[in-house]
Design a protein around this ligand. Structure first.
Ligand code: G3H
Ligand code: 13P
Ligand code: ZN
Length: 307
């Protein structure tokens, strides 16, 4: 079916108490894995394009690929700009046919973040595209670090309420203890659930969780077995993700776990079969592992059968 807007998918998710994963794509095989599993599980899905993806594969190429492949799937697919850096990048995404954009001005002071975000909301809404913005700075919380130390970076519930009212965004990304990448803390990374509850009481639009990869144990163990140096890698625990969803988290961003899955497949084939030189066999194994990880995410977030 044709692409749908993010607001459509996420308002329903928050109302009904499940979340929709937003997976980063960078190429054909990642896009195939996401859409094949979404279709098979009848699950709505976001496919997002980062700045890095845009530089690697080209924004138009990825947009056209997703649009074309989504037109042949039976589930709602949202094409989303991940961490849009500025107004100009958002305009390029609108032109390329994205149905959801993120403006990330979270590194600016509050008022500047509001001003930049408002500008994007006005333009995107004029052409029917949904907007995500971020308040707070992503920072991991570990067992041995007090939340208060990270407090300055985490989203303030009262500010969140004001930010949503002043900007008119459709969904809000918040900082509650997660962080990007495969190293989310030396102890047990966790989510500040109390803060999330406070935000959820004040903000009724869908909330977005970035940096939500789990670095699944099975994946890490298989990677270590291939000689990958990832001993310190840690992610957000599944029970924290499950607990966050009833408190308004409706969009959950996953990139790192996909990178790990693709890398595992490639390492297994390349290192286990030194004579293999057919890229389809090498990348294909990566795609198989990607599908396994993607399936687990839909199950974890309660997205299965929602489309
Ligand atoms: O939010 C960050 C995502 O993991 C994408 O990162 O710009 O390196 O593709 P990237
Ligand atoms: P991870 O690095 O935890 O997968 O987070 C990805 C993300 O937030 C992209 O916006
Ligand atoms: Zn992010």
């Amino acid at each position: 079916m044709p692409l749908v807007t993010g607001k459509e998918v996420l308002d329903k998710a928050r109302r009904e108490g499940y979340a929709v994963p937003s997976f980063n794509t960078n190429n054909l095989e990642i896009t195939q894995a996401i859409l094949e599993v979404a279709d098979e599980l009848r699950a709505p899905v976001f496919i997002q394009v980062s700045d890095g993806a845009r530089k690697y594969a080209g924004m138009e190429n990825l947009a056209n690929l997703v649009k074309d492949m989504a037109s042949r799937t039976k589930v709602p697919v949202v094409l989303h700009l991940d961490h849009g850096a500025d107004f100009k990048m958002v305009m390029q995404a609108l032109r390329a046919g994205f149905t959801s954009v993120m403006i990330d001005a979270s590194h600016h002071p509050f008022e500047e973040n509001v001003a930049e975000t408002k500008k994007v909301v006005e333009a995107a809404h004029a052409v029917g595209v949904s907007v995500e913005a971020e308040l707070g700075r992503l920072q991991g919380i570990e067992d041995n670090i007090q939340v208060s130390e990270a407090e300055a970076f985490l989203t303030d519930p009262e500010e969140a309420e004001r930010f949503v009212a002043e900007t008119g965004i459709d969904y809000l990304a918040i900082a509650i203890g997660t962080s990007h990448g495969a190293y989310k803390g030396k102890g047990r990374p966790y989510i500040d659930h109390k803060r999330l509850e406070e935000i959820s009481k004040r903000v009724s639009i869908p909330l977005v969780l970035h940096g939500a990869s789990g670095v699944p144990t099975w994946l890490k163990e298989k990677l270590l077995a291939t000689g990958a140096e990832l001993k310190e890698a840690t992610g957000i625990h599944d029970e924290d993700i499950k607990k966050a969803i009833p408190n308004g988290i409706a969009k959950i961003n996953i990139d790192t776990d996909l990178r790990l899955a693709m890398t595992l497949g490639i390492r297994e084939v390349v290192m286990g079969n030194p004579k293999e030189f057919d890229p389809r066999k090498i990348i294909g194994r990566g795609r198989d592992y990607l599908k396994q990880v993607i399936r687990e995410k839909f199950e974890l977030m309660g997205t299965v059968g929602r489309a």
